[in-house]
Design a protein around this ligand. Structure first.
Ligand SMILES: [Fe+2]
Length: 325
C-alpha cells in the first residue's frame, strides 16, 4: 500500500506567533520526510520474504515502520491541532474539568510536560482512553509510545525542528504560543468521535446469564470499610493442593459440598464466593446459594484477580488450622 499525504489542516497564515517559514519547513521536511520514509519502508516490507529474512532485519524494519507511521499520524494531528484562538469550548471545558479537576489544572499539567521536554524531544498528547472513558495527558517519545487503544485529540510537537527557527532554545515561549493557537472546536469534534469508540469487550459468560458479580475492587472496599460480608473461597479441592495462599478474610469451603456448609452462613449478610479465575465453580456456587435464599454474588476474576490487585493474602496453612481443610 501507499500512504497518502494529508493537506496541511490549519491555515498557516492565520497562526499567531508562528512564522510561515517554521510551519512550511516543519510540514515539508519533517511531516513529508516521515511520510516518504514510511512509504519506502512499506515498499521494502512488502517485497520481503519473511521466512528467509534474519530477525534483526525484520526487527529494524518493523521498528522503523512504527516510528515513521506514528510520526506521520502525529504530525497530521499537530497541524490539525492549531488554527484556532486557544479558547477552550464549553464541551471540552466540561470534559477537562471532569478528568483533570479543572481546565487550569489540565493546562498547567500539559504545559509543564511541554516545558519539561525543552532541550529533549517527544510529543505531548491529550488522548482519550476508551478502556476507562477518560482523558489523559501523555508523552509519546520516539514517536512510538502512544497509549495502546488511546485516541490522541491534541498533539504538541516538542522536537526542536518544531520551534527552533522561531524560538531558538526558548521552548517555554513555544509551548505558550502553541496553546494560544489551539483550535478547540476541532479538538471537540475529535473528542466527540473518540468518545463513541466502544470500550474493550468485557468477558461474557452466557451460561450464567445475569448472575450478579462483584469486582475485586468492590470487595476490597467492603472489607476496608468494615462492612459485614461472608467471603467464601470455593476453589476446588484438587486445585487447593497446588495453592500456597488464601485471601485474607476468606474461608475455604469445598465447592462440591455446598449443601453441607451453606447452613452455617447467615442469610442477613451478603455472601461473596469465588474460585480460581472466576469461571464456572464460583458462579455455580453463587447460583446454588442464591437459590437457597442467600444474598450471594460471585467475585469476578476469583483468587487470581484478588492477587492481581495486591489484595491481602495469607499462607494457606493458617487457614487450614482454622478450618481443618
Ligand atoms: Fe515535528
Amino acid at each position: 500500500m501507499r500512504y497518502q499525504l494529508k493537506q496541511i489542516y490549519c491555515r498557516p497564515w492565520t497562526l499567531s506567533g508562528l512564522s510561515l517559514k517554521l510551519i512550511e519547513s516543519h510540514y515539508e521536511n519533517n511531516y513529508g520526510g516521515a511520510l516518504r520514509r514510511l512509504n519506502a519502508i512499506t515498499e521494502q516490507l512488502e517485497s520481503l520474504d519473511f521466512a528467509k529474512t534474519p530477525g534483526y532485519v525484520i526487527n529494524g524494519l518493523k521498528r522503523e515502520e512504527l516510528v515513521a507511521l506514528n510520526s506521520t499520524l502525529l504530525h497530521e494531528l499537530y497541524f490539525a491541532s492549531m488554527g484556532g484562538e486557544g479558547r477552550v469550548t464549553k464541551a471540552m471545558s466540561e470534559a477537562l474539568a471532569r478528568d483533570f479537576g479543572s481546565v487550569q489544572r489540565w493546562r498547567t499539567e500539559f504545559s509543564a510536560m511541554g516545558y519539561a521536554l525543552g532541550g529533549g524531544s517527544g510529543w505531548v498528547l491529550l488522548s482519550w482512553m476508551p478502556r476507562d472513558g477518560r482523558l489523559i495527558n501523555q508523552y509519546a517519545t520516539e514517536h512510538s509510545q502512544a497509549i495502546a487503544g488511546g485516541v490522541p485529540l491534541l498533539a504538541l510537537d516538542m522536537y526542536e525542528h518544531a520551534y527552533h527557527i522561531d524560538f531558538g532554545a526558548n521552548a517555554t515561549a513555544y509551548v505558550d504560543t502553541f496553546l494560544r493557537n489551539v483550535d478547540w472546536q476541532a479538538v471537540e469534534g475529535r473528542y466527540e468521535d473518540a468518545s463513541k469508540v466502544a470500550q474493550p469487550r468485557p468477558l461474557v459468560q452466557e451460561e450464567f446469564g445475569d448472575l450478579p458479580g462483584v469486582s475485586v475492587e468492590e470487595v476490597k472496599e467492603m472489607l476496608d470499610a468494615g462492612k459485614p460480608v461472608q467471603i467464601i473461597d470455593a476453589r476446588p479441592r484438587h486445585s487447593m493442593s497446588r495453592q500456597q495462599d488464601i485471601m485474607d478474610g476468606a474461608t475455604w469451603r469445598d465447592p462440591d459440598l455446598v449443601q453441607e456448609w451453606s447452613g452455617e452462613l447467615s442469610k442477613s449478610d451478603p455472601v461473596v464466593v469465588f474460585c480460581v479465575y472466576g469461571f464456572h465453580v464460583g458462579c455455580k456456587n453463587a447460583i446454588m446459594l442464591r437459590e437457597a435464599g442467600f444474598d450471594a454474588k460471585y467475585m469476578k476474576g476469583g483468587h487470581s484477580a484478588w492477587k492481581a490487585i495486591g489484595g491481602a493474602i495469607k499462607p494457606i496453612a493458617e487457614q487450614s488450622q482454622e478450618n481443618e481443610v
